[in-house]
Design a protein. Structure first.
Lengths: 523, 501
C-alpha cells in the first residue's frame, strides 16, 4: 500500500508520520520496522551510535500491529485512536517499564525489571505508541556527556568521536540519527536541553510538575522533570500533550493542565512579544560560533515582529554552585535505596564478617561509578550536622534568589532567550577527568531547574569554527510552556527557511555498522 | 551481668527524677501513610506491600489524607496547636527495615505542637504533662533475627524482613521534660501512657492494642540531686510495650541511675532494652546528640496545609474526652470513688454503660460486671468485654433474680450455662431445671432437719446470736441443692425459732 520507502519514513517528523498513518498511506508496523532496521544498521558495533541499551522489537511490533488492526477494522475504535498511535518512541533508561530492563545506566540495576510502569509509560501505552527501546544515559542521569554510562558512551551522530551531551545523550542521539522520531528524556540540570543543543534536536524541560515523575528514577526530586525529545518543535508539543497532566501518584504534579501546547506550536506568532536576552547567559565563556548563531536568532525574531529587550539575572552566577549542593544532597538520599537488599546487584564482601553493613558497602562500592560516588559523597557532606546551614541551607536561599531573578525578568519579557550550552559537542574523553569543566556545560540550563520554569532548546544552526550544531534556549514563566512552543515554532521556521530545510539534513550520513549488533536482548 | 541498683526509697531520698516520653501510635487507616497498600495487622509477610512500600526505583510517596485527619484529631485531643503548614522530612540511615534507607517523618515542622494532658493519678491528684509535639511519620518493616543469640541482630545467622508494617502511619507524641513527679514518677509514667492510649482509642484513630505494638512507648529517665535545676544525663528505654512495663521500667531506671550516680560514675547517654522477664534493662546502642540523620525537607511531598475551617470541622466532631466522660458517668451512676476506680481499673466502663443503656440499674450492672464477669475473664485470660456476655444477657438475668425466679447463686450458674453456649438465660434455666423452690412446705421440712442436725446452733440463735443462722441456712441450701431463696429460708428459720431479727 505504500510507495514511501523506509529511508524516507525514518526522516519524517512524528506529525508527518501521524498524518500518513491516519491517511493509511503507511502502516504502523512499516513505520516501526523502519526504525528498528535503522537501529540495527547504525546503533551497534564498534563505531555505532550506541543510543540504545535495550531494543524492544517484539513488543513494539505487536503494538504497531494492534494499531494497524484497529485502523483496518475502522469504526469507533479507529476513530478513538490517539493522534500519535503507531508513532514509535524511545524511552530514556531512567524511566521504568514493565517488560524491559531498566538500568539507569548503572551496574547496580543491571538485569532489573520493574514490576510497574512509569506514569508517562502508561500514557504512551494508552496512546498506543510502540516503544522502540531504552536509551543510554550517564549513570543515574549524572553527567553531561553520556560517558558516565556503565554500558559505554553514546556517540554524537554529527561526529562519532564527540559526545552527544548528557545525561540524555541516548535519547537525543537516537532522534538525531533517525533511530526514533520521538524520545523521552529527563532534565535535572539540562539533561534534555543540552543533548538537544549538541545533536541538533529539540528538547523541552516542562514546568516542574507539568509531567508526572512517577517512575522516573530520582536523582534530585525537586529538580527532575520528564520531557520530550524530537526533531521539530511541533513534535515536542504533541509528545508533551500526551505525557503531561496531573498524576495522583506524584504530589508535586500540577493540578491543572498547561493548556493546548499543540495549538501554540501551530500558531507560531511572535508579533509584539517581548523576548528578553539574559545578560549573564551569553558572551564571556561562550564559544564564538555559539554566540554568532545566538545573535542571528535574535535578528530573525526581531524581523518577525518581536521586541528584543535585555534583562539581568545577577544571581544566576551562583546557580551552578547552589545546584551542586542541592542536587547531590537529594541524590545522596534518593540513591540510598540501592543497597543490594531488595533488588539489583548484590555483592558480598571478600572477607568475613558477612554483616548487612558490609554487604551494603560492597554492593555500592562495586555497583556505582565514580561520578555517582562523587555526588553521593558531596551530598552526604552537605547535609551533615554542622554543615547543613552553610551548604544546603545557603543553596536553598540562592534558589529563592534565582526565582526572584526570573520573576523580575518575566516582568520585563514574555520569554527569555539564551544559548543552551556554552560550546558545541566536545570530544569523547576530553572532559572526563575534569568534573568542574564538565559541570560548566549546564551553566545556562540549570537556572530553569532551580526555579521550576520551563525551557526549550532548538537547533540554531552550525557553529562557524567546527560545523557542529548550536542550541538556542527559550525560557518561560512556570505554567507558560505554551509560550515556548509558540516562539519556538516561529524561530524554527525562520531558521529552516534560512538554511533551506531542517538542520539535521546537513548531518553526515551514518555508515551502516559492519559489526553485528549486540542489541535485542537484555544487557 | 546485671547493673547495680539502689532501692527506690533510697533513690528518692537523694534524687529527683525527670521523665520524658515518646509514644508512637499506629493509626488504623485503611491504607498506608504514603501508599495505597492495605494497613492490616497479622497477614502473611510481605503481602500488604506495593512498589512504594518496597522502595522500588522511581516510586513517589503520596500523603494519606485520613492519616492527616487522625493526626489532627490526636493533636486537638492533646490540647495542641495545629500547624497552618508543615512539611515532611527525610531521616537518613541505612538499615534493612527501612526500604528506602530513609524514614519519611516530620522533623522541625510537626503537625501539632504545644499541648498538654492532665493525668489523674490513683488518689485523684491531677498532674499536668506538657506535650512538645505530635508528628506524623511512617513505621519501618519488621525484622526477625534467626539463629544465634536470642533474636538479636548480633550473632544472628540470618534475618527475615516483613515490609507489611513498612509505611504504616504513625503519630509520635513527644512530651516536654516532666519534672516534679518525685516518687510518683513510675505511677505517672503508667498513667500517662494509659491516658494517651485511651485517648487514641476513644478517638477511633488507632486500635490502641499495646500487645500488637499499636501503642509503643520510649521512656526517658534522668536523675538530678534534689535542688539542682540542670537535668542529669538521660537514658532512653525503647519499646516498653505494656502499661505495667512502663511503670516498672521507669522505676528500674531510677534505681539504676541512682546507683550509677552514687558510685560517682557518669550516667551514659544510651538507649536501653527492656526485659519483661527480669524486669531490668540492658544497654543498647550508645546514643549521642552527634547521631546524624542528615534531615532535610522531603522534596517529593508538598507541604501539608490544613485549613482552619477543616481543623474546626474536625474539632467539632471530636468525641467527649475520656476524663470528662468518666467524671460524668461517676456522677450519673452514683458510685463511690473506690467503686468507680475499681470499675475503671477493671476496664469495664464501656460494658457497664452499655448494660445500663440496655435497662439495668447502675448498681446491678456494676455487681454483675465486677462480681461475676471480671473474675471469669481473668480465668479465661481475656478482656472482660471479650468474654461474650452481652448487656441483654445481664438484663435478663437480673430481671429473673428480681422476680424471684432464681436466686443469685443460681444466676451465676445460669451465666456459666450461657457462656457454655447453652442458650439464653431462660433457656438455660429451663434446660438445667433451675428454679427457686418457693413452696414453703419442702423448705420447712428441710429447716426442721437442719435444726435437728445442729441443736447447739439452734440454741445459740434462740439465745439471740442471730449471726449464727448462716450454718442453718447453709444446711437448708445444701439440702435443696441451692434451689431455695436464701432470704426466705432465713425468714422461716427465725419464725420457727420465734426470734425477731
Amino acid at each position: 500500500m505504500t510507495e514511501t520507502n523506509s529511508t524516507e519514513l525514518i526522516r519524517l517528523s512524528a506529525a508527518q508520520l501521524a498524518a500518513k498513518l491516519a491517511a493509511r498511506e503507511v502502516t504502523a508496523v512499516e513505520v516501526t520496522q523502519a526504525h528498528l532496521d535503522r537501529i540495527a544498521a547504525v546503533d551497534g558495533g564498534e563505531r555505532g551510535v550506541n543510543a540504545f541499551l535495550h531494543v524492544n522489537t517484539e513488543e513494539a511490533l505487536a503494538v504497531a500491529a494492534e494499531v494497524d488492526a484497529i485502523r483496518a477494522a475502522g469504526g469507533q475504535a479507529a476513530e478513538e485512536l490517539h493522534e500519535l498511535a503507531g508513532v514509535p518512541i524511545a524511552v530514556k533508561d531512567l524511566i521504568v517499564t514493565i517488560g524491559q530492563p531498566t538500568t539507569a545506566g548503572s551496574k547496580i540495576l543491571e538485569g532489573w525489571h520493574s514490576p510497574y510502569d512509569a506514569t508517562v509509560v502508561k500514557k504512551l501505552r494508552a496512546a498506543k505508541m510502540p516503544i522502540l527501546g531504552k536509551t543510554n544515559l550517564d549513570e543515574f542521569a549524572m553527567g553531561s556527556s553520556t560517558e558516565h554510562s556503565a554500558f559505554g558512551p553514546t556517540r554524537n551522530p554529527w561526529d562519532l568521536d564527540r559526545i552527544p551531551g548528557g545525561s540524555g545523550g541516548g535519547s537525543a542521539a537516537a532522534v538525531a540519527a533517525f533511530e526514533a522520531p520521538l524520545a523521552l528524556g529527563t532534565d535535572t540540570g539540562g539533561s534534555i536541553r543540552q543533548p538537544g543543543a549538541v545533536t541538533g534536536t529539540v528538547g523541552v524541560k516542562p514546568t516542574y510538575g507539568g509531567v508526572s515523575r512517577y517512575g522516573a528514577i530520582a536523582m534530585a526530586s525537586s529538580l527532575d522533570q520528564i520531557g520530550p525529545v524530537s526533531r521539530t518543535v511541533l513534535d515536542s508539543a504533541l509528545l508533551q500533550q500526551v505525557i503531561g497532566g496531573h498524576d495522583p501518584h506524584d504530589s508535586t504534579s500540577l493540578p491543572d493542565p498547561l493548556g493546548d501546547l499543540v495549538a501554540a506550536a501551530r500558531l507560531g506568532n511572535v508579533d509584539g512579544m517581548k523576548i528578553g536576552i539574559i545578560k549573564e547567559l551569553h558572551g564571556e565563556g561562550y564559544q564564538a560560533g555559539v554566540e554568532n548563531r545566538f545573535n542571528e536568532s535574535l535578528e530573525l525574531l526581531k524581523e518577525a515582529g518581536a521586541e528584543i529587550v535585555e534583562v539581568s539575572c545577577p544571581n544566576f552566577q551562583y546557580a551552578l554552585g547552589a545546584y551542586y549542593l542541592i542536587m547531590p544532597s537529594e541524590a545522596s538520599s534518593n540513591l540510598a535505596k540501592f543497597d543490594g537488599v531488595r533488588y539489583g546487584l548484590r555483592v558480598l564482601p571478600e572477607e568475613p564478617p558477612l554483616t548487612i553493613e558490609r554487604v551494603m558497602g560492597a554492593t555500592r562500592a562495586a555497583g556505582f561509578g565514580d561520578e555517582v560516588k562523587r555526588r553521593i559523597i558531596l551530598g552526604t557532606y552537605a547535609l551533615s550536622a554542622g554543615y547543613y546551614d552553610a551548604y544546603y541551607g545557603s543553596a536553598q536561599k540562592v534558589r529563592t534568589l534565582i526565582q526572584r531573578d526570573f520573576e523580575a525578568a518575566f516582568a520585563k519579557a514574555d520569554v527569555l532567550i539564551s544559548p543552551t550550552a556554552p560550546t558545541t559537542a566536545f570530544k569523547l574523553g576530553e572532559k572526563l577527568d575534569d568534573p568542574l569543566a564538565m559541570y560548566l556545560n549546564d551553566v545556562a540550563t540549570i537556572p530553569a531547574n532551580m526555579a521550576g520554569v520551563p525551557g526549550l532548546s532548538l537547533p540554531g544552526g552550525l557553529a562557524d569554527e567546527d560545523g557542529l550544531p548550536v542550541g538556542i534556549q527559550l525560557l518561560a514563566p512556570a505554567r507558560e510552556d505554551a509560550r515556548l512552543y509558540r516562539v519556538g515554532a516561529v524561530l524554527e521556521s525562520l531558521l529552516e527557511a534560512k538554511w533551506g530545510g531542517p538542520l539535521l539534513a546537513k548531518a553526515p550520513e551514518l555508515a551502516a555498522s559492519t559489526a553485528a549488533s549486540s542489541h535485542g536482548g537484555s544487557h | 551481668m546485671s547493673d547495680a541498683t539502689l532501692s527506690f526509697e533510697e533513690a528518692m531520698e537523694k534524687y529527683d527524677p525527670v521523665l520524658g516520653f515518646e509514644v508512637h501510635v499506629e493509626l488504623n487507616t485503611k491504607t498506608k501513610m504514603f501508599s495505597s497498600a492495605p494497613n492490616v495487622f497479622g497477614d502473611e509477610p510481605n503481602t500488604n506491600v506495593n512498589e512504594v512500600d518496597l522502595g522500588m526505583p522511581g516510586v513517589l510517596p503520596v500523603v494519606n489524607k485520613t492519616a492527616v485527619e487522625s493526626s489532627i484529631k490526636i493533636g486537638l485531643a492533646l490540647n495542641c496547636k495545629i500547624a497552618e503548614s508543615c512539611r515532611f522530612a527525610r531521616k537518613n540511615y541505612f538499615y534493612p527495615d527501612t526500604p528506602k534507607n530513609f524514614q519519611t517523618s516530620q522533623y522541625d515542622e510537626p503537625i501539632a505542637y504545644d499541648g498538654y494532658l492532665d493525668i489523674e493519678l490513683e488518689d485523684g491528684t491531677v498532674f499536668r504533662v506538657e506535650i512538645e509535639r505530635a508528628h506524623m511519620e511512617e513505621d519501618a518493616g519488621k525484622l526477625t533475627h534467626l539463629g544465634g543469640s536470642a533474636g538479636r541482630i548480633q550473632g544472628a545467622e540470618y534475618s527475615l524482613v516483613d515490609y507489611n508494617r513498612a509505611g504504616v502511619p504513625l503519630v509520635e507524641i513527644v512530651t516536654k521534660p516532666i519534672e516534679g513527679a518525685g516518687s510518683r514518677a513510675p505511677e505517672l509514667a503508667k498513667a500517662y501512657v494509659a491516658a494517651v492510649r485511651e485517648i487514641v482509642k476513644n478517638l477511633g484513630v488507632s486500635d490502641a492494642k499495646m500487645e500488637r505494638g499499636n501503642v509503643r512507648c520510649d521512656a526517658n529517665v534522668s536523675l538530678r540531686p534534689h535542688g539542682r535545676e540542670r537535668f542529669g544525663i538521660r537514658s532512653e528505654t525503647k519499646n516498653v510495650n505494656s502499661l505495667r512495663a512502663v511503670e516498672h521500667a521507669v522505676r528500674y531506671e531510677i534505681q539504676r541511675h541512682a546507683a550509677v550516680l552514687d558510685s560517682g560514675e557518669p550516667v551514659i547517654q544510651e538507649t536501653r532494652h527492656w526485659h519483661e522477664d527480669t524486669r531490668t534493662t540492658t544497654s543498647g546502642r550508645a546514643k549521642s546528640d552527634a547521631d546524624d540523620y542528615r534531615y532535610f525537607p522531603e522534596p517529593d511531598l508538598v507541604p501539608v496545609v490544613p485549613s482552619r475551617e477543616w481543623v474546626e470541622e474536625i474539632r467539632a466532631t471530636l468525641p467527649e474526652p475520656p476524663a470528662e466522660r468518666r467524671k460524668r458517668l461517676k456522677q450519673d451512676w452514683g458510685y463511690s470513688d473506690l467503686e468507680f476506680r475499681d470499675v475503671v481499673n477493671a476496664g469495664v466502663l464501656d460494658e457497664i454503660e452499655e448494660t445500663i443503656i440496655a435497662g439495668a440499674t447502675a448498681s446491678v450492672a456494676r455487681k454483675w460486671w465486677m462480681g461475676e464477669i471480671v473474675g471469669r475473664a481473668k480465668n479465661a485470660d481475656v478482656d472482660p468485654g471479650q468474654l461474650g456476655v452481652t448487656p441483654a444477657t445481664i438484663v435478663e438475668l437480673s430481671k429473673m433474680v428480681e422476680a424471684g425466679k432464681i436466686n443469685n447463686k443460681m444466676a451465676s450458674a445460669v451465666l456459666d450455662g450461657v457462656l457454655a453456649g447453652e442458650g439464653t438465660p431462660a433457656e438455660v434455666v429451663e434446660k438445667r431445671g433451675l428454679a427457686v423452690v418457693s413452696d414453703d412446705g419442702p423448705l420447712l421440712e428441710a429447716i426442721d432437719a437442719a435444726l435437728a442436725a445442729q441443736p447447739d446452733v439452734a440454741e445459740k440463735i434462740r439465745g439471740g446470736k442471730v449471726q449464727a443462722i448462716g450454718a442453718i441456712v447453709g444446711g437448708v441450701m445444701k439440702a435443696t441443692r441451692g434451689q431455695a431463696d436464701a432470704g426466705r429460708v432465713r425468714e422461716l428459720i427465725l419464725e420457727k425459732l420465734g426470734v425477731t431479727a
